[in-house]
Design a protein. Structure first.
Length: 189
């Protein structure tokens, strides 16, 4: 074997490794990249938050929470709107999701399978219910996370126009119409 052919083999091997390593890393549950700059969260927290939001509202025939920009909405809410104790509780809760995932043998919450994420979030919801039964109720992060996820989703363009019924021009105003005549209520933005 000449030096020239072994060098070609080395470069071919490197090219193959460069192509396959990202695929192998994703298959082993490597964290998904965060394509936005968090304001209040670390990159790991942003990654976990994104995975949790997508587990709460996954992509189906309508866009999921990530496509609707829900993680960015929650990050902005933590940075600008939540009071410091609530923000700290929510950030600690996001960290708790990673701790629970590591206890299950995963690298992080985002590395869990979709079914494992749902199972873990179901446990967190059960913890929330137990905290609510205590006297006085103990504040928990789950209601905040779930509430901000649904609020962020249904106030986004994708959530308001593709997941919910949307009528941009509701028509003429007719007051005092019997509910049985119009059916359920409508909302417009």
């Amino acid at each position: 074997m000449s030096f020239q052919s072994s060098r070609r083999e080395v470069f071919a091997g490197l090219a193959l490794a460069a192509w396959t390593l990202p695929v192998i890393a994703r298959a082993q549950g490597a964290p998904a990249p965060v394509n936005w700059a968090p304001r209040a969260l670390t990159l790991d927290q942003a990654r976990t938050l994104s995975a949790a939001c997508e587990a709460i509202i996954p992509e189906t025939d309508t866009p999921g929470a990530i496509a609707a920009g829900v993680p960015q909405f929650i990050d902005r809410t933590i940075a600008i709107w939540l009071d410091p104790p609530s923000a700290a509780r929510l950030k600690a809760g996001i960290d708790n999701l990673d701790e629970r995932a590591r206890a299950r043998g995963a690298a992080s919450f985002s590395a869990l399978s979709p079914d494992q994420k749902v199972a873990l979030l179901s446990e967190v919801e059960a913890d929330q219910r137990a905290a609510d039964r205590q006297k006085p109720p103990v504040p928990h992060y789950w209601n905040t996370l779930k509430g901000l996820t649904t609020t962020g989703y249904f106030t986004s363009q994708a959530g308001a126009t593709k997941a919910a019924r949307y009528d941009p021009v509701p028509g003429a105003y007719r007051g005092c119409v019997p509910l049985k005549e119009i059916g359920r209520v409508w909302a417009t933005t």
